[in-house]
Ligand binder design. Structure first.
Ligand code: SF4
Ligand code: SF4
Length: 320
C-alpha cells in the first residue's frame, strides 16, 4: 500500500479502460496504461517501478470515462505523480483577494486562451461574461501549470478563491483538468460549472451554424472527466446538427494531445500526430471546428486545404 493513495485496489483488470487510452494505442504496452499501473501496485510494485507509466500519462481522462468500477483514475495518477515529483512548491496564496464580485458569471481561461486575444475577446463577448477582474488569474495559471506535475492543493488553501466562485451563478472554465477539480469542490446546486465549448454550444447562433459536414473536436479532458453529464449533451448536439465528433465507439472523446504540459511526459508520452491520425481515420468533413485554442495550430498543420476554426468563430462577427 502506498500512503494516501487508494482506489487502484478496486481494479478488477477488465481492461475496458485500455482501448481508449492513447498510450496503449501508440505503444501497445499495457504496463503504461492505468490498468497496468493498478495491476502493478496491487502486486506490490514500488512507485519508482511505475514511474515511466505515471509520467507518460497525458491525463486525458479516457480511462476514467471507460472504467467499469467507477475508479477515479485521474486522481490516482495525479497522486502518484505528486509522490514521484515530491512537488512542494509554495502556492502564491497571498496573490488573490476575496473582494466581492459584482458579476454573476465569470470565465476562467487557460494560458493559451489568454494569449489568443482575438478568440478571448470573441468568447467573452459572445458569452457576455467578463474575465475575473482581480488578479485571480495569477493563481489560476499557477494551478494549471502545477496540476499536471502532481500539485493538488487542499481545498482550505484555496478557500478565498472558492468562496468567490461559490457566490456566482455560473463559472465557465477553459481547462478540463481545472474544471474537474472545481466541480469536485463546489456543489452544483450553488454554481453551474461548464466547459468553454459547452457554454458556447448552448448559444443558438453557434449550434445552428454547425453543419453535417463539420468535424467537431471536443476538448477531451473537459468531456471525459465529466463524462456522465457531457456525453448526453454532445450526443444531442451531434444528432441535431449532424456534425461528426472526435468520439470513439464508447463515445469517449479522443484527445488531440494539444494540451500536454511540456513539464511532464517522457519518451512514452503519446504524440499528437498519432492522436490526430486516429481522430481523422475514416471521417470525411469539409471544415474542422475546435473547442481548444491549442488545437487550432495542431489541426491546421495536420490537415491541409480544410478550414480550421474555433467554435466561437461560428457565430460570425455580426453576433456581437
Ligand atoms: S488518463 Fe489518458 S493517457 Fe492516462 S492512462 Fe488514462 S487513458 Fe491513458
Ligand atoms: S476499466 Fe477500471 S476496473 Fe477495468 S481494468 Fe480499467 S481501471 Fe481496472
Amino acid at each position: 500500500m502506498l500512503p494516501g493513495i487508494n482506489g487502484y485496489e478496486k481494479c478488477n483488470g477488465c481492461g475496458l479502460c485500455t482501448l481508449p487510452c492513447p498510450i496503449w494505442r501508440q505503444s501497445y504496452d499495457s504496463l503504461l496504461t492505468f490498468a497496468g499501473r493498478a495491476r502493478a501496485l496491487q502486486g506490490g510494485a514500488k512507485i519508482e517501478e511505475i514511474r515511466n507509466s505515471v509520467d507518460a500519462c497525458i491525463l486525458c481522462g479516457s480511462c476514467e470515462a471507460a472504467c467499469s468500477m467507477g475508479i477515479r483514475t485521474v486522481d490516482i495518477t495525479l497522486k502518484l505523480r505528486a509522490a514521484i515529483n515530491k512537488n512542494n512548491e509554495e502556492m502564491p496564496i497571498q496573490r488573490y483577494n476575496d473582494q466581492a464580485l459584482t458579476e454573476t458569471t465569470i470565465l476562467l481561461p487557460n494560458a493559451a486562451l489568454l494569449a489568443d486575444k482575438k478568440t478571448l475577446k470573441l468568447t467573452t463577448g459572445l458569452l457576455n461574461i467578463p474575465l475575473a477582474k482581480d488578479n485571480s488569474q495569477d493563481i489560476l495559471l499557477f494551478l494549471l501549470k502545477k496540476f499536471e506535475v502532481g500539485f493538488i492543493p487542499e481545498a482550505e488553501m484555496l478557500e478565498g478563491f472558492l468562496r468567490r466562485l461559490i457566490r456566482l451563478r455560473q463559472v465557465v472554465i477553459a481547462d478540463g483538468l481545472f474544471k474537474r477539480y472545481i466541480r469536485a469542490l463546489i456543489p452544483e446546486l450553488h454554481t453551474e460549472i461548464l466547459g468553454l465549448g459547452e457554454a458556447l454550444l448552448r448559444l443558438p447562433a453557434i449550434k445552428n451554424a454547425l453543419k453535417p459536414t463539420d468535424l467537431y473536436i471536443i476538448e477531451a479532458r473537459s468531456y471525459n472527466m465529466d463524462f456522465k453529464r457531457c456525453m448526453p449533451f454532445y450526443t444531442e448536439i451531434s444528432s441535431q446538427t449532424g456534425c461528426r465528433m472526435n468520439l470513439d465507439l464508447q463515445r469517449i472523446a479522443i484527445p488531440t494531445g494539444g494540451c500536454i504540459n511540456t513539464e511532464t511526459g517522457n519518451e512514452f508520452t503519446p504524440k499528437s500526430t498519432g492522436q490526430i491520425r486516429w481522430i481523422l481515420e475514416g471521417r470525411s468533413f469539409d471544415r474542422i471546428v475546435v473547442e481548444s485554442v491549442e488545437d487550432i495550430g495542431l489541426l491546421k498543420n495536420a490537415v491541409v486545404g480544410v478550414p480550421v476554426v474555433h467554435v466561437a468563430e461560428l457565430a460570425g462577427e455580426n453576433a456581437l
